[in-house]
Every structure is written in C-alpha cells, then in structure tokens.
Design a protein around this ligand. Sequence first.
Ligand code: GLN
Length: 536
Amino acid sequence: MSRRPKYLFFTGGVVSSLGKGLAAASTGALMEARGLTVTNMKMDPYLNVDPGTMSPLQHGEVFVTDDGAETDLYLGHYERFTHSRMTQDHNLTSGRIYWEVISKERRGEYLGKTIQVIPHITDEIKRRIRRAAEESGADVCIVEIGGTVGDIESLPFLEAIRQIRNEEGPHDTVLVHLTLVPWINAAGELKTKPTQHSVKELLSIGLKADLLLARSEQPLPEELKSKISDFCNVPARAVISAYDVRCIYELPLVLNAQGLDSLICDQLNIWTAAPRLDTWQRVVKSFTEPANGRVTIGVVGKYVDLIESYKSLNEALTHAGMHHDVALDLRYLDAGVIENDTSPLDDVDGILVPGGFGERGSEGKIRAIQYAREEHKPFLGICLGMQLAVVEFARNKADLEAAGSKELQPDTPHPVIDLMEEQKKVADLGGTMRLGSFACDLKPGSRAATTYGEDRIDERHRHRYEFNDQYRSQLEASGLVVSGVNPETGLVELVELKEHPWFVACQFHPEFKSRPGEAHPLFRDFIGASVEQVVP
Ligand code: GLN
C-alpha cells in the first residue's frame, strides 16, 4: 500500500465522558490486530498549553511520554492499546496552536496579513496533524477531537478535519462519531433522538459521520440500529453498539464482533489479513474469570477521591493481576487516615505509595512505608513514594531522626531528598520538571536486576527532587540497597531492601509503560510477591 497515511477521525456528541479515547484506542488495537501500524493523536480544545500544570483533581492524571511531554491521560490508553509511541506532537491543545500562530505573527512570518481562525489556526492544526502522521510512518493515523460537537471551543479542530477530508481522497479518511443512546426509565425505552440531533449538529458544520458508535448500558437491539440508520443517514451495519463492558480491554472484541474494523478497512480501501485477537481474548478472560483467587493492594495517597488521577497506576496493577490470573482488590487509602491509624493496612497483601506533590498526607505515607518495612508486606514506592521510603529509612534505620525532603520539610537538618541542581534556576512551572525517558543501570544481583532481567533499563520521569548523594554511603551502611543509578548523572533511581519479601522503590514512573498482556516487570513481581502473602 502507499505510504501516505490514512486518517480515522473520532468525534463525540451529546455528552462528554462517553469514552471516546477508549473507543479510538480500541479501534487502533483492531487495526494493529490486522497487521497495520497505527499512530494516535488527541486534540484538546482547552487553552492550557499542556495539561502538565492542571490539577489532577480537575483533569485526572498527567501522562508522560518518552520525549518528556506532559499530556492528557488518554494518550496513556493509546499506548496501552497499541504499540504506537506518543510524543509531544501527539497531543495538541488550542493553547499550543494559538501560541504557535501568535509567535509566528510576532516574528513577522505572516508578512503583515490579518491573522484569522480560518485559515491560520486551521492551517496550523492541519499541518500538525499531517506532520505527526507522516513522521510516525504509520499506515493509519487516529485523531480524537476532544469535547462535544456543538462546543464553541472545538470548532477550529472540526473545521480542520472537514478540510482534511475534503483535501484527501474519498478512501483516505473515515469519520467515526460517538454518541449516547440513553435509557429513559419512565418510558422504559432507549432513545435515539440525542443521537439524531448530534449527527445533525455535525452535518451543520459540514461533517458527515461514516460510522456511529452508540454508547448505551446494554447492547442496542437491531431495530434501534436500523432506526438510527434511517434517521442519521448511515447504513445499518455502520451503527455499532458500544455498550458497557466489564473491563476496558473487552472493547476491541465488542467492536470487532460487530464488524467495525472490516467496515473501516473497506472504506479506506485497505486489504488486510483477518485480525488476531488472541491477546485481547486472553487478558479479558483472566480479568473476568481469574483462576488464582484474589489479592488486595492498598494504595496510600492523597487524591484518593479521584482515581482518574491514578489512571496508569490502576491499569498497571490490573495488567499485573491479569498476568498472575488473580482478581485485584484495589483499596485507595487516605494517607491522612493512615497517619493516625494503620489498621486499614492489616488486611492488604501489598502496599503501594504512588507519586505525588506537596506536604499534605506525606507523614501518613511515611507511616505506611514503615508499616510495610516492619511488617514485611510487599512494597512498591513510585517517585514521591521512593523519596518517602528514603526518608522513612533515614529516620528509623540510619539515626537521622529529623530527616526529610526539602520539598516537604524545607528546614530539615538532613535533606536526604533535595531539589535537583538543574531545578534551582527554574522559574516557570509548566514543562520544567525532569521529564521523560532516562536510562538506569541496575546493580547486578539486585532484586531490580532479577525483576527486569536486564542490566540497563529506560523509564519515564516527572519530578524536581532527588535522592541526595551526600547521604548515600550512610544510608547504604545502614542497609539500604541502591539498585539503580542513572549512568550519566549518577542520580539514584532505585532503592530496595534485603531481608524483606519485596521492597522496591523507584524514582521513575513504571506505570506509564505497562500494557495488557505485557505487564511491567516491577508491577508483575510486586503483585507476585503480594499473591504469596494471601492466606489460603
Ligand atoms: N514531588 C516530588 C518531586 O517533585 C515527586 C514527584 C512525583 O511523585 N511525580 O520530586
């Protein structure tokens, strides 16, 4: 086939939070299952330049890419469902587009012309989409437009894809529109009117949906599919029921069963082999019918009310549970509570302290780490979790009683965790942390080295503070094992304890690189050790 990428656009209507990102990612998985290569992009209509400085309470997790972009959490789904690797160029916000256009204008690059949404903003959007698609070398570029059709904010993005559809050939693009078919209790009926309105809204801006993904709680009956087909001007087989699934990894199977991937390939005029779905079938089976019982993991954190802020973590733990064929009972425990009462930890099999920022809850997390160390419960510390594990060890095992992190206890006499040298000159908060993928050398014979089965790894980072090397020999002399170090800077990236069933803490975020069917080694072995704690 030609090397020019084909485009699959995903828009959404009726309400937000329908799972457009998951639908796009699942479609990507199906394209890959047919032997095609894919790349994904997400357009975010808000004006923030990137989601890095947005509150996790408002926005959910910040997903970090290899090249250090702080992106929307849906890019995480793309990487988990497909083998594509996201970069800075795969998440565009209106803020970034406007920033670029205004900067060009300031540099005089428009030669004094009047700068307008059409064509300047839309041209910039089109240029960015085509550039990312072409540079990826993928067969199919899947572009998700955030927001809901009818929003003022997303109009420039929709106009840009209208133009792309016009400029490319009839077999080069497909538009998939996701809508809601709600169940109205009082009428005892599923209603198609919101879908009709949404398709009409889309038409009013010149976009005709090729495929409709109808979200509903239950599968749509055939007669409703044909009703939607009549009113919305798509063939009945192009109305796909995207009903609620038990596990997100079931979605590719549900969509495939209704022919979504073959319809797309037909429209794009691509011939492929039949899709291979065995990995998806296997992971769904171990999620829905786990053969080896249940394991309980306590995640001690601050944003426990909003598990969206731990999206990748949640998924990485789920992948590890699937690997061991166990059901996962995840308990998000409020660090504020644990500080005064560790009893909720008594009936968990493993303890995880995830990344985080700020002082609130940190003493409770330290308490949870001490509990894991003393009670010999498997422990995984991530980023802030690693920093606090070092603080806990310094205070309770290395005679550094008032040890702390400069971020949390600025006046500590023993800053075992300190601001990184390069961070001391940073003034702007956006995109200025130590971000992205860095190498790490593992200490031969350490638990980390056996877990990874490699001596050099690459993992993603997002932090400003680090292990303070001045305390390294004292902490090591007291029994802390430094098992991973950055080969260029010597920064400590991994610590662990001997004489403990499983105690590993890392400065990086392994959760970003875990996939269903390919659980991340640290999560895999942490859950493996926790499974061994389960009393039969
Ligand atoms: N707040 C810590 C730092 O900036 C840890 C960050 C994190 O957990 N992602 O270094």
